[in-house]
Ligand binder design. Structure first.
Ligand code: ADP
Length: 359
């Protein structure tokens, strides 16, 4: 089912405005991820959609109907939280059957659905176990099972993977995507982790304190960040930034001898006279000069981290700090000079005052 948020505002009883004019359309079947730093209002938004918080102003529509006043139960949604909220004395089977039991379904229908759902989630061998005898990942799957079994049209998930260890989180990410494909329900997923957003979302909503900064596919947010906030939030390590300005067709960095010419006349026209921030991603930096038009950066190695398949090299010169991703074979020493190149096509310009991208 489609969801439409129109100018939604949340002011808590203590007067704190957690959400300002939130506008968002979520298509039927979307896997929509609300991502942003802690405290930006993701859970508040999710809880308003769930009906667990009043909407102060604006409207929420589900499947074309305004549901502001509908209680959570009547909204056709299922929620999955980071704490699994399983009944500790009930088996996996009983935990999954519980809601259907309560709703008065026949035993054979319940049995069929529990077994089908367990199959989808890879829980068939664990139906007689108690939650305490399951791993974190398995418990989270039971919690998902309880949501799926009700055949809810909309799933709301609030940081559902944050109690899992790093390895389980990675495997649950792809499992959630697979389950979403099988079940097809519209899903809204809250996380502060941009990697979860990038790997799972069909639509990312990147938020900063109380506001949406950009909505788009993972590819759009990565390749075309609309502002400095999104540019710095999406990507790991984050995008490098350099302050500067354009004079007589040349970009000069304020911090070191980095300069850049040969920019297109259309772009130059938009850049002239503004305080600028130039951004480029660590993975778009090369220590060997590529064929394409490039900008050259001279720096010094400060620290490096070997990750096996890649190394992150932290550079600093004249106050300009930057990170580049280099091949593991590259020999680097702390304190050595390093020169690297970034293709012009991989540069992003932002207006330092409005923080918006200039393209
Ligand atoms: P997130 O999920 O992005 O971490 P939240 O939606 O939980 O953020 O919170 C957004 C802001 O609203 C935070 O500053 C938080 O302190 C505030 N907040 C949350 N709940 C309440 C409440 N019941 N009363 C007042 N302020 C609240």
């Amino acid at each position: 089912m489609a969801i439409e948020c129109k100018n939604m505002v949340k002011i808590y009883p203590n007067g704190y405005q957690a959400i300002e004019g939130f506008n968002l359309h979520i298509d039927d079947g979307d896997f929509c991820v609300l991502v942003g730093p802690s405290g930006c209002g993701k859970s508040t938004t999710l809880r308003m959609i769930a009906g667990l918080e009043d909407i102060t102003h604006g409207t929420l529509e589900i499947d074309g109907k305004v549901v502001n006043k509908l209680p959570p139960k009547a909204r056709g949604i299922a929620m999955v939280f980071q704490s699994y909220a399983l009944y500790p004395t009930l088996t996996v089977y009983e935990n999954m059957a519980f809601a259907l039991d309560l709703a008065g379904f026949d035993e054979d229908i319940i049995d069929k659905r529990v077994r089908q759902t367990a199959e989808v989630l890879g829980l068939s061998d664990y139906l007689e176990r108690l939650p305490r005898n399951l791993s974190g990942g398995q418990r989270q799957r039971v919690a998902l099972g309880r949501a799926i079994i009700r055949r809810a049209k909309i799933f709301l998930m609030d940081e559902p993977l944050s109690n899992l260890d790093a390895k389980q989180r990675v495997s649950m990410r792809s499992e959630l995507v697979r389950i979403h494909r099988n079940v097809g329900a519209t899903t809204i997923y809250v996380t502060h982790d941009q990697i979860e957003a990038m790997t799972m979302a069909t639509k990312i909503v990147c938020m900063d304190v109380g506001v949406i900064k950009q909505v788009g596919t993972p590819e759009e947010l990565y390749s075309h960040p609309a502002n400095l906030f999104v540019a710095g939030f999406i990507g790991d390590p984050p995008m490098n930034f350099v302050n500067g300005h354009v004079e007589k067709g040349v970009f000069y960095s304020t911090l070191d001898d980095m300069k850049l010419d040969g920019l297109s006349p259309e772009l130059l026209e938009k850049l002239e006279g503004k305080k600028l921030v130039l951004g480029y991603r660590p993975e778009h930096s090369f220590v060997e000069k590529p064929e394409e038009d490039c900008v050259t950066v001279h720096s010094k190695v400060e620290v490096y981290e070997m990750l096996g398949d890649v190394q992150n090299v932290y550079c600093n010169r004249d106050g300009l700090t930057s990170i580049i991703k280099a091949a593991p074979e590259l020999n680097v020493e702390i304190g050595q000079d390093i020169t690297y190149y970034v293709k012009k096509a991989d540069l992003h310009f932002f207006d330092a005052e409005t923080e918006d991208v200039i393209e």
